[in-house]
Design a protein around this ligand. Structure first.
Ligand code: ZN
Length: 274
């Protein structure tokens, strides 16, 4: 998928160098992602209020803005709509019914984040698509998270809303920090040190690979408890903006922008330099 990103960037912008590209992308300002929030519930179970949803959006903005400790990725989220769907089947088996659920509910274009909450489970708290997949399966694009993982939810150790932060990281093009273990290229980002396996709980400190740097156990793209997570790195911010430019930025002249939040929804639109 990294090769696809480099190829796409080179085709569209004449370079796949994320540092070089970034100065252009940042001049375009913050990247504001319109969010379509779909609450799947079974009667009262799984039902989330408008306040619950807004708290999740605030948590996303704090995490991606660097307010928890990391860098400001220059990504922000704006709630465009919020709806409820009462369905026991979709609620209890969101993976099994993923296709029909998304076909019915998904809204917007490539730049719109569709978030679904349901009873995903206890071994996996959420799942997401990557931006590279949009081309072939646009209707499947989005993030599904467990309703108990929202801020103040009932999942022990995973109740601060960072499951959504993590899954949306994938939606924006980030891999796990332990991707490929100690083998190159790892997660393909220079400032997240190599890591042999996911962090569990909240280790005081860990160093599982011979390469330089301690394990990035506080990174949102690791697997530690919510209380342990607090940061994205500058390299991850650049990767997100590069992946956005390659796969999610509205095409010039195309009307694929989700207008749900007003003119252009504040979405970053980068014109090709050539
Ligand atoms: Zn993940």
């Amino acid at each position: 998928m990294l090769a696809d990103l480099r190829r796409t960037l080179a085709d569209r912008y004449g370079t796949s160098d994320e540092r070089r590209l970034d100065s252009t992308l940042r001049r375009a300002g913050r990247l504001v992602v319109p969010v379509r929030f779909h609450v799947i519930h079974n009667g009262r179970r799984g039902w989330l209020s408008n306040k619950d949803v807004r708290r999740q959006i605030s948590t996303l903005n704090a995490a991606y803005g660097g307010a928890k400790g990391g860098v400001d990725t220059h990504v922000r989220f704006r709630l465009a709509s919020h709806g409820h769907t009462d369905s026991a089947a979709w609620f209890y088996s969101p993976r099994l019914y993923e296709n029909s659920m998304k076909r019915r509910l998904r809204k917007g274009g490539r730049n719109t984040l569709n978030v679904y909450t349901a009873a995903v489970g206890t071994d996996v708290l959420g799942f997401s698509t990557f931006p590279q997949w949009y081309r072939r399966k646009p209707h499947m694009d989005g993030v599904v998270i467990d309703y108990r993982s929202l801020p103040g939810g009932s999942f022990r150790h995973y109740d601060r809303g960072y499951t959504a932060v993590h899954e949306i990281g994938h939606w924006l093009g980030l891999f796990h920090t332990f991707e490929n273990g100690c083998r190159t290229p790892g997660d393909g980002i220079a400032d997240t040190p190599y890591e042999a396996r996911p962090a569990e709980g909240c280790p005081y400190s860990r160093d599982t690979c011979r390469q330089r740097g301690r394990d990035p156990i506080h990174n949102f793209m690791d697997y530690a408890h919510d209380s342990c997570m607090r940061e994205f790195t500058a390299g991850q911010g650049r990767r997100i903006r590069a992946a956005w430019a390659a796969y999610r930025a509205p095409r010039r002249g195309a009307r694929s922008v989700d207008l749900g939040t007003g003119p252009a929804a504040g979405a970053l639109s980068v014109g090709a330099p050539r």
